[in-house]
Design a protein around this ligand. Structure first.
Ligand code: PEP
Ligand code: MN
Length: 648
């Protein structure tokens, strides 16, 4: 049973409610959920819910239909985001944990950490205490192993997660590990759950091989009830009659648990299938089913592994898996989280990389539009839900906010896969020579037809959106020639306009907007139809902009990750035969791939053009810098807009 307390409840009333429930045999736990104070009361006590609702200070009472309360979505509708050091698990990101089954030596864990970090893992796993089926199998290096792992985590900037097998060890291990893992065999070791929960550190709770979803959630309830706030659930396969694979991955558990609970759910494909060649396909299926991340066994030399070698991926296989996940993520509306490299900065070729400037005040990011706009979704994907954001009313205002320092970075769309470039933003780069590109991100755009409850396709007369929204839904809109179009500066403000007109009686059933589901949610309107874009392969490429210091663009630490592999340039060429060819020839000679070439008219110079060019940065030392130097000799105006990590 859940009680929501009134805002500003008097301490005396709060105490009376506690006494009332305890007297009737309930165990209670009070917690703050968002801006509401909530009491979860567990027990077989009998109370009259109406009487309870009348107690001073009780806002409302909900008898939950589930045996668990704290883990239930009924008590906490928003997704919980678990924080482990700099890593976040849950929400719109996919977080991948990787490492060997067991820590075998310092060299082995160091090498694994380097390899998995390079490929994009954000946390390191590894067992120091191994619960093995056979007493003769390798049992782990114990505390020594944990020390090696902590050193590897620190060396490569990754928090660590390791299994704890007894309440006594939990206390010994607590200062060495960033997250505890409760293994499948211990899921119902309640004394262990209580002790680990009381330490308050994040916990990865594996599902028992024969546990039902309800039993699993009740074990998570133990952890939350004992004091930890941060629990990640991990599906790792259950025991069925099938013997081909080590266990049977219960894929359906992912959407089921995500609807029952607010906790993040990740998947362990390694223990689920137990066969190396089957790990990656199953891992991709888990991501497609909505998992918030994975924990994967990777070993630098799996054939020599002391435990679970046959299911451990080679580092190359892991790298490939992460690239595939990166490509799949936008389809499920998520982004693969990569390890930030704090304070990294990308210098234009030829310029020394100066240390990045600390940004004044709170770091916040600007986007154009109302809450729920696609640009806000892109921002959240890049910087996380908790990043402070400023909404402004135009793309130009995003550039202004970044320039005057009121925002440390901005997010603007530059290109859509169905309708092409968003020229306004390309042109703004020329007006703001001190602003450059520090990152990019592709967002899958699923448009919805959004209106007030009671509106039908037949009652609509007016349709509102950004011109891009109309353009991307052309085929759908062609079925409704009677609809009148009204243009808004962004899709979310089209949705907001409907809500703001609520006061006009009778007008609402005539109006609908085209925007994303997040905008419908933000403004409490109904999605009449989802997926109305002409082609489901509809992506918008956003760039993250920041202020240059000379030729140097500081990269916010939340964004900077691996070495940049893409750059954007703008240049004009002399008005004579072969001048563009000469530039392209330089790129071709240096093995630099051209991913985009677009011309834009130069304002005030009719029939003269600037070329916007996106290129790959090859791995080879110095080749890129030499190509840029050569390009400068063949071009007239030349601007280096930035180098960054390409989004797949
Ligand atoms: C492990 O992750 O190392 C492990 C032993 O997994 P499980 O508890 O799921 O068998
Ligand atoms: Mn293992």
């Amino acid at each position: 049973m859940i009680l929501v307390l009134s805002k500003g409840i008097a301490p005396h009333d709060r105490e009376m409610i506690h006494i009332y429930l305890q007297d009737r045999g309930f165990t209670i736990r009070e917690q703050q959920l968002g801006n509401e104070a909530i009491i979860g009361a567990i027990g077989k006590g009998v109370v009259d819910l109406r009487e309870l609702g009348l107690l001073p200070g009780v806002e409302r009472v909900a008898a939950t239909s589930k045996p668990y309360e704290l883990v239930s979505r009924e008590t906490h509708t928003e997704d919980t985001i678990v924080t482990v050091g700099p890593v976040k698990i849950g929400g719109s990101r996919i977080s991948v944990i990787a490492g060997p089954c067991a820590v075998e030596s310092k060299a082995q864990i160091m090498e694994t950490a380097a390899r998995v970090r390079e490929s994009g893992a954000v946390m390191l796993r590894g067992g120091a205490y191994k619960p093995r089926t056979s007493p003769y199998a390798f049992q782990g290096l114990g505390m020594k192993g944990l020390e090696y792992m902590k050193a590897a985590g620190e060396a490569y900037g990754m928090p660590i997660v390791t299994e704890v097998v007894s309440p006594e060890l939990a206390v010994q291990m607590k200062d060495l590990t960033d997250m505890f893992q409760i293994g499948a065999r211990n899921m119902q070791n309640f004394e262990l759950l209580k002790r680990v929960g009381s330490i308050g550190k994040p916990v990865l709770l594996k599902r028992g091989p024969s546990a039902t979803i309800e039993e699993w959630l009740l074990s998570a309830e133990y952890l939350l009830a004992s004091g930890t706030q941060d629990v990640v659930l991990c599906e790792r396969g259950i025991r069925t009659f099938e013997t081909y694979t080590r266990n049977t991955l219960d894929i359906s558990a992912i959407p089921v648990v995500k609807s029952l609970s607010h906790l993040p759910v990740i998947v362990d494909p390694s223990h689920a299938v137990g066969i190396r060649a089957k790990v990656s396909p199953v891992a991709l299926a888990a991501i497609a089913a909505g998992a918030d991340g994975l924990t994967v066994e990777v070993h630098p030399h799996p054939d020599e592994a002391l435990s679970d070698g046959p299911q451990s991926l080679y580092p190359e296989q892991f790298e490939r898996l992460l690239r595939d996940i990166e490509a799949l993520a936008p389809v499920v509306g998520k982004e693969l989280l990569r390890t930030p490299r704090p304070g990294s900065s990308y210098a234009a070729p030829g310029k020394p990389a100066a240390p990045s400037q600390p940004l004044a005040g709170v770091f916040q990011v600007a986007f154009s539009g109302e809450s729920g706009a696609y640009a806000e979704q892109a921002l959240i994907r890049a910087f996380g839900e908790e990043c402070p954001r400023v909404s402004v009313s135009s793309f130009r205002a995003v550039f202004d906010a970044v320039l005057d320092g009121s925002a440390g970075a901005g997010v603007v769309p530059v290109e859509n896969s169905l309708t092409g470039s968003i020229h306004e933003n390309y042109d703004l780069f020329l007006r703001y020579p001190d602003i450059g590109i520090v990152g990019e991100l592709k967002l899958r755009i699923v448009h919805c037809l959004i209106a007030e409850e009671g509106t039908t396709l037949e009652s609509i007369r007016i349709i509102r959106s950004h011109p891009q929204g109309f353009a991307q839904c052309r085929d759908f809109l062609n079925h409704y020639p009677q609809w009148q179009f009204e243009t808004y500066t962004n899709t979310a403000s089209a949705v907001a306009s409907i809500v703001r007109e609520k006061a006009v009686p009778g007008a609402l059933a005539r109006v609908a907007a085209i925007a994303g589901e997040a905008a419908a949610k933000e403004f409490g309107l109904k999605v009449l139809k989802s997926g109305i874009e002409t082609n489901p392969l509809n992506y918008t490429r956003f760039v993250i902009i920041s202020r240059s210091i000379g030729d140097m663009v500081p990269v916010p630490s939340s964004l900077g990750s691996d070495k940049p592999n893409k750059a954007s340039l703008v240049f004009s060429v002399p008005d004579k035969p072969g001048s563009l060819f000469a530039c392209l020839h330089i790129l071709s000679e240096k093995g630099i791939n051209l991913s985009k070439l677009e011309s834009r008219p130069i304002q005030g110079q009719p029939w003269r053009y600037l070329f916007y060019v996106d290129v790959s940065i090859p791995d080879t030392e110095g080749g890129f810098e030499a190509a840029i130097a050569a390009l400068k000799t063949k071009t007239e105006d030349f601007r280096f807009l930035g180098s960054y990590r390409a989004s797949l």
